[in-house]
Ligand binder design. Structure first.
Ligand code: OOG
Ligand code: NI
Length: 463
């Protein structure tokens, strides 16, 4: 009899735990941050039964302490395509296209994450995955050299590639294979203290853009941060210095609000780590700054209408004042952001009735009558027949991502690339289209409404 296969959800949880263990070893400050986030989350849940019930209703209570995202940066189309197959083994699909060139960072990206409610509730582990765009590098000689260095490296172990192929042909992995797969896959994300290039080439790559050096100079796409989810980002931010971690001055994303929307993030500065550079004969002891820590708080997922309002208000704020990298105008920026975002409704009812966010509907159990069934969702909620709970945002924000990139690459890292989205090229390199970010939420909302309406209809038939 064939052995039972592990579910992709199980493999994802094994992988996410293994990654967290590895990053705790490699970057001790990450472990400190995880411990702090746990303590703050436990405090919030103990003090705020409403928040606890809301999380429990959305199926999110169990996942909070497991929840984290990571980020990697890849160098070639082939690496990206294989990475898609690797993540597919653990039920992670590419969602969304992020063009960071507009923000002065020469990459474009997607996020690999589970789709669907059950998989997200099991473990929402995500990896923000960027692909370097050498086409945005001006110097043609440097571009050729970078391409040739990248074309010679292999970032996956042979055993990892064999297990990906086995999972594809057999539709999954048996338990022992799953364990082996996780151990092999982790190798790709490990830090390599010996660079892939000479110190001279590192300097030139670094001169073109720090990010180019971070991708091209190394043997693999080291995981550059791992981010736990907190229920109170302001509290964690306040308590970080007492634990010896200095956060960046401004939290990226929307201001503090009664109803959290989208995503708020902050990070601590990247470490300067010792690296040996070598051209095969001469070695140079140097350093590189890449890996950092980050925390995030997640709120309501916004519809395209809500997202457009968010984008407009953020752009309006940033047209007036931009947070300086040294934190010198942090208070002014935060104050202005709050003022401008006063135009964004801040109660769940208005957010839903104005179609700004996505909601999960459920029948309250109050007896429905024949005529009720024809009412629209808003009327059903108003009549007390349906509840509507906010759906959590599972994705990323390009402006925040650019802020995070910048804060750990150094303050002079922004360059003036023309906004230059290239989604078709990205999807060709990926070997598949990316899933539409909004469709994933719209489907969850629509399915919940259909289920709730069925329950009402059954109810009315019995009455
Ligand atoms: C990724 C930055 C994006 C986030 O949370 O927005 C990101 C990177 O620095 O490689 O992780
Ligand atoms: Ni991040």
């Amino acid at each position: 009899m064939p052995e039972t296969l592990l579910s992709p959800d199980e493999i994802r949880t094994m992988f996410s735990r293994a990654m967290s263990r590895m990053y705790r070893d490699e970057v001790p400050a990450y472990g400190t941050l995880v411990d702090l986030v746990r303590a703050v989350n436990a405090g919030v849940l103990a003090e705020d039964p409403v928040a606890r019930d809301r999380l429990a209703a959305g199926g999110a209570l169990g996942r909070i302490s497991e929840e984290r995202h990571g980020a990697i940066r890849l160098g070639t189309a082939a690496e990206l395509a294989t990475m898609r197959r690797l993540f597919a083994v653990m039920g992670m699909a590419p969602v969304g296209y992020y063009d960071l060139s507009a923000a002065g960072v020469p990459v474009h990206a997607t996020a690999f994450r589970p789709l669907g409610e059950a998989a997200l509730a099991a473990n929402p582990f995500r990896v923000f995955t960027s692909l370097l765009r050498l086409d945005l590098i001006a110097d043609p000689d440097l571009r050729d050299e970078a391409e040739s260095v990248l074309s010679r490296r292999t970032i996956f172990t042979d055993a990892c590639l064999a297990l990906i192929a086995a999972a594809e042909t057999r539709g999954g992995l048996a338990p022992a294979e799953g364990e082996r797969f996780v151990a092999e896959a982790i190798e790709t994300f490990r830090w390599h203290p010996v660079a892939n290039v000479s110190h001279a080439l590192y300097r030139r790559l670094h001169g073109a853009h720090r990010l180019v050096a971070d991708v091209v100079a190394f043997k693999g796409p080291h995981i550059n941060h791992l981010t736990p989810r907190t229920l109170d980002i302001e509290a964690v931010q306040r308590q970080m210095p007492a634990r010896g971690i200095v956060p960046k001055a401004v939290i990226e994303g929307p201001p503090a609000r009664k109803v959290p929307i989208l995503l708020r993030q902050t990070s601590f500065k990247a470490l300067e780590e010792p690296v040996t550079y070598t051209d095969g004969t001469t070695t140079v002891a140097g350093s590189h700054t890449a890996r950092f820590g980050e925390i995030e708080e997640r709120g309501l997922a916004l519809t395209p209408k809500g997202q457009a309002l968010y984008d407009r208000l953020l752009a309006a704020t940033r047209a007036e004042i931009r947070p300086a990298a040294d934190g010198s105008n942090a208070a002014e920026y935060i104050a202005r952001l709050r003022e401008v975002f006063a135009a964004f409704p801040d109660d769940l009812d208005t957010l839903r009735r104005e179609g700004l966010g996505y909601f999960r509907y459920a029948a309250t159990g109050r007896p429905a009558r024949e005529g009720d069934i024809a009412l629209d969702a808003d009327a059903l909620v108003a009549a007390g027949l349906l509840t509507a709970e906010p759906i959590v945002y599972e994705d990323f924000l390009p402006v925040s991502a650019a802020g995070i990139f910048q804060s750990n690459l150094g303050d002079d890292a922004a360059q003036d690339f023309r906004a230059n989205p290239s989604r078709a090229r990205f999807e060709a390199d990926l070997g598949a289209p990316v899933h539409d970010l909004h469709q994933a939420y719209a489907e969850i909302e629509a399915a919940s409404l259909a289920r709730a309406r069925l329950a009402l209809a059954r109810d009315a038939a019995i009455a």
